[in-house]
Design a protein around this ligand. Structure first.
Ligand code: OGA
Ligand code: MN
Length: 275
């Protein structure tokens, strides 16, 4: 297995690895690359839905997403779809999946099934690099702070997606989510300090209103917007991307009007987060 960095401080492109038939040693190596670099890309994979599920179970278990449409034959697989006639995509702003859960998902294995001819790339940002980029004063200010996360304003009947042409496809509108996590977490496996707030699901700091929280939140978000902290995944048929939700943010570009894009996502179980 060979790894080539994707960006300066983020990501790895892995060659010499077929996900459907990898050894336990190779799986351990791959996990470490995901935890440290945040996102790994593998090309030329021939991974059936059944093999996708088997890989996720070997990795450490599956969290079923409560909102995305599920694949009819394989309910472990969520479908991230944009039809030819839809305008809105899923995950089109910077976010971390499932930060609104008490025990957020570790990450995802995303498999390209139908791609536009061009466009539909996914951007990733490394939240360890973002934390490192903060000045010492800010690091001292956020040490010990906690933030409140929810998905309700995104997925509720009057939420962001309900007002778009993705609204009908989504499930779970009646769910209520609320979770509090440290603003700076330690990665459960690597111990690295990571900034754990995101523009989609973080509402406010604990003990502050949203209005009071926004200036500092915006400063923290800006730290993830450096070129060194970012990488772009350009999908091709057979591409599989695996990411860590603690180490990274991601966003899906919506630049392929009139074309279809269908991705199969399996969400990997995580653990409780601590400062
Ligand atoms: C997701 C997501 C990105 C993409 O599956 O969580 O944000 O590029 N997808 O489809
Ligand atoms: Mn996502």
């Amino acid at each position: 297995m060979k790894m080539t960095p994707l960006g300066e401080e983020i990501g790895a492109e892995v060659t010499g690895c077929q996900l459907a038939e990898m050894s336990d040693e190779a799986l351990d190596q791959l996990k470490e690359a995901v935890w440290e670099s945040g996102v790994v890309v593998l090309r030329g994979q021939d991974l059936s839905p059944q093999q996708h599920i088997e890989l996720a179970n070997r990795w450490g278990g599956i969290d079923i997403n409560n909102y995305f449409p599920l694949n009819g034959e394989h309910p472990e697989i969520a479908e991230v779809r944009k039809e030819k006639d839809q305008q809105t995509n899923i995950g089109g702003g910077w976010h971390t999946d499932h930060s609104y859960d008490q025990v957020p998902a570790m990450g995802s294995i995303l498999v390209a099934r139908t791609l536009p001819l061009k466009g539909g790339d996914t951007l990733f940002a490394h939240m360890g690099a973002a934390y490192d980029a903060l000045d010492e004063e800010t690091k001292a200010e956020i040490a010990g702070m906690r933030a409140v996360h929810s998905a309700d304003h995104i997925y509720a009947p009057d939420g962001a997606y309900a007002q778009t042409d993705q609204g009908k496809a989504l499930r779970g509108q009646e769910l209520k989510t609320l979770a509090t996590h440290p603003v700076v977490i330690r990665h459960p496996q690597t111990g690295r300090k990571l900034l754990y707030v995101n523009p989609a699901f973080t509402l406010h700091f604990e003990g502050q209103t949203r209005e009071e929280s926004l200036p500092l939140l915006q400063r923290l978000y800006a730290a993830a917007m450096t070129p060194e902290a970012q990488a772009r995944v350009v999908w091709k048929p057979g591409t599989v991307t695996i990411w860590d939700n603690r180490t990274t943010w991601h966003m899906a570009l919506n630049d392929y009007p009139g074309e279809e894009r269908i991705m199969h996502r399996i969400t990997l179980s995580g653990e409780a987060l601590a400062a």
